[in-house]
Each structure stands twice: as structure tokens, then as C-alpha cells.
Design a protein around this ligand. Structure first.
Ligand code: NDP
Ligand code: OXD
Length: 307
């Protein structure tokens, strides 16, 4: 039996999973089920205790790319394999999101907005794509696609990862020691890292201030990777000119949070790349069949690594 917890779209997921996996009975939370008979779980942030008693669980399929929350749970035995989504339609959405922020900065849309409020008709100098230096943190399924696509559009792109990745047109920066150099050459920094013990709090006051004066930050990785107080300080001082933020330390962002009303901030409610039912279900069913045939699924999470 497959037990499903998909808070956004339970009915559509149940229908699609049942069609793709007719040999399994798909049941949805909060339906009462014999937990000892659950073979597979398909979930996005299920309630505490969800996995209690699932002694026969063969694998958990996460309806997203990030696994930071599932790895923190205490109701999921460490022996159960966790499989995440790899791209499944999210990389292209992320590219669109990031491109919006890049164009906002490159074409000085914030300044034009301010001029509009003053009814000021004044042309500003725009940088070409080739003069716009973008740094992408994280070159995985999503960051890799974003970095190489921006490079193909003519932007001067550098990417940073733990072990390095050769991508067409993207300068490769590898490991902790290379980060300050990548920051120093990034007019626009795009964070697409997974949240792990190594990346939590990574973008602190010290590292953010390594960015060139007038730089911008686009964060769609995870909120806890950026020190929000430090970011606000650097926006207030003008060292950073713009931040586009999709993820926050606490979500939903508290209504009193100063980021809501900051004139240099554009924020969105964690929607940069949303899971799509059809590609997600196709990937999960292929991975489930692979597991049943004794093969390794794509997107198997390495727990010690944290992603
Ligand atoms: P992947 O696991 O495919 O890629 C992770 C990348 O980060 C790899 O390049 C990896 O390097 C790098 N990395 C991890 N740890 C470090 C480190 N300590 N130092 C340097 N590089 C590091 O992840 P995805 O691309 O699929 O997703 C990335 C993240 O995007 C997700 O974890 C999630 O947090 C976020 N996300 C946000 C969404 C939104 O709507 N806002 C939607 C989807 C995802 P290496 O391969 O060398 O180890
Ligand atoms: C994800 C997300 O990790 O939506 O998939 O943040």
C-alpha cells in the first residue's frame, strides 16, 4: 500500500499515482490505514508522527527537491531510503524566476519604478548581458540548469559547488576556499543550495559584504542560508541594491518582518519552482519500479551529506 500526504493537491496526486501504479492501493492521509501495511509513502512535510508504526516502509518519496525538513524528523527510521524529485519540471520554473530578478537588476527596473513615482523621464545606462556577472551557488539539478541557461543567454556566469561541475560557458568555482572569489566577481548572486549543516547561515554579514558594492541577491534555496538581519543591514547601507527572496528563515514570513516593506526587496511566498503533478508522479513511479527491481532510484538522498 502507498500512503500519500500532499497538502496542496491530495486528490490530483491520488488519482495520478493510482493510474501510474495500479498494482498498489493509494490511500490518502487522514484516511485511517493499517500503518504496518504501508510499503511506500509519498509526502511533502507530513504532520509529526506521520511515520509512526510504519514498520514495513520500503521508501519515502518526497514531493520536492529539498529534503532538509524530512531529514530533521524523529519519526522516520534512518534505514528507510528517502528519494527526492530531481528537476521534474522545477529547473525551468526556477530559471524563469531567476531571470525575472536578473532582468530587474540589469535593466534597472527598480530605479525606473522610483523615477515613475516622481514622474521623472530619464534614461539610465544599462549593462549588457556580457557585462552582468552572475554567481550561482549550487550547480545541481536546478542550479546547474539555471547557470548554463543564463550563460547561453550571454551572461557572465560563474557557479559554485562542493565538488565542481563543468557546464558550458560557466566558470567553475569549487569548495569553501573559492567562495570569497566567486562573491567578489558577482554583481548578482543566486542562491540555489540545499540546506545542510554546512550551508545553514552561510551567507552571513562577512560573506555578503564580499559582494561588490551595488550587488543584488536572489535567494530561492532556503531561508536559513541567509542571515536576514545582515542582509537588511547591507540593503540599508546601500552595499546591496536589491534582493529578490522566495524563502525565509520562518515561513510564512511573519507579518511584522521588516523585509515585507523594504523598498529594495521583492519577495514571493516560496513559489519559485513548484512541484508539478504529472512529472512528479512519472518520476516517483519510475523510481518505485526501480526499487522493486533492486536498482538504485534517481534522487536517492545521501543522509550524511544532507541532500
Ligand atoms: P541538488 O542536490 O541537485 O544540487 C545541490 C548542489 O549544491 C550541488 O551542486 C552541490 O554540490 C551543491 N552543494 C551542496 N552543499 C554544498 C556546500 N556545502 N558547498 C558548496 N556546494 C554545495 O539540488 P537541486 O538543484 O535539486 O535543489 C537545490 C535546492 O533548491 C533544494 O535543496 C531546495 O532547497 C531549493 N529549491 C527551492 C525551490 C523553491 O521553490 N524556492 C524549489 C526547488 C528547490 P556537489 O554536487 O558538488 O555536492
Ligand atoms: C522544494 C521546494 O524543495 O519547493 O522542492 O522548496
Amino acid at each position: 500500500m502507498l500512503y500519500l500526504y500532499a497538502p496542496q493537491d491530495m486528490v490530483r496526486y491520488q488519482h495520478a499515482l493510482q493510474q501510474a501504479l495500479p498494482q498498489h492501493k493509494v490511500q490518502c492521509w487522514p484516511e485511517e490505514v493499517a500503518v504496518g501495511q504501508v510499503d511506500y509513502a509519498v509526502v511533502w512535510n507530513p504532520p509529526a508522527g506521520f511515520f509512526n508504526g510504519m514498520v514495513n516502509l520500503q521508501a519515502v518519496f518526497v514531493l520536492g527537491a529539498g529534503v532538509d525538513r524530512i531529514l530533521k524528523r524523529d519519526d522516520l527510521p534512518s534505514t528507510v531510503p528517502i528519494v527526492r524529485l530531481t528537476d521534474a519540471g522545477m529547473a525551468q520554473q526556477m530559471l524563469e524566476y531567476v531571470l525575472y530578478g536578473v532582468l530587474h537588476v540589469q535593466r534597472q527596473m527598480g530605479q525606473y519604478r522610483r523615477q515613475q513615482t516622481l514622474r521623472q523621464w530619464q534614461a539610465l545606462t544599462a549593462l549588457s548581458a556580457g557585462q552582468t556577472r552572475i554567481g550561482v551557488l549550487g550547480l545541481g539539478e536546478i542550479g546547474g540548469w539555471v547557470a548554463q541557461s543564463l550563460a547561453a543567454m550571454g551572461y557572465a556566469v560563474a557557479g559554485w559547488s562542493r565538488t565542481g561541475r563543468q557546464l558550458p560557458g560557466v566558470q567553475d568555482y569549487i569548495g569553501e576556499a573559492a567562495l570569497p572569489d566567486l562573491l567578489a566577481r558577482s554583481d548578482i548572486l543566486v542562491n540555489l543550495l540545499p540546506a545542510t549543516p554546512q550551508t545553514r547561515g552561510l551567507l552571513n554579514a562577512y560573506l555578503l559584504s564580499r559582494l561588490p558594492s551595488g550587488a543584488a541577491l536572489i535567494n530561492a534555496g532556503r531561508g536559513e542560508q541567509v542571515d536576514e538581519a545582515a542582509l537588511l543591514g547591507l540593503l540599508d547601507s546601500g552595499h546591496l541594491r536589491f534582493a529578490m527572496l522566495d524563502v525565509f528563515e520562518v515561513e510564512p514570513l511573519e507579518t511584522v518582518h521588516p523585509l515585507w516593506s523594504h523598498p529594495s526587496v521583492l519577495l514571493t511566498p516560496h513559489i519559485a519552482a513548484m512541484t508539478q503533478v504529472q512529472p512528479a508522479v512519472a518520476q516517483i513511479s519510475a523510481n518505485l519500479q526501480a526499487i522493486k527491481q533492486g536498482q538504485l532510484p534517481h534522487g536517492l538522498v545521501e543522509r550524511e551529506r544532507g541532500y
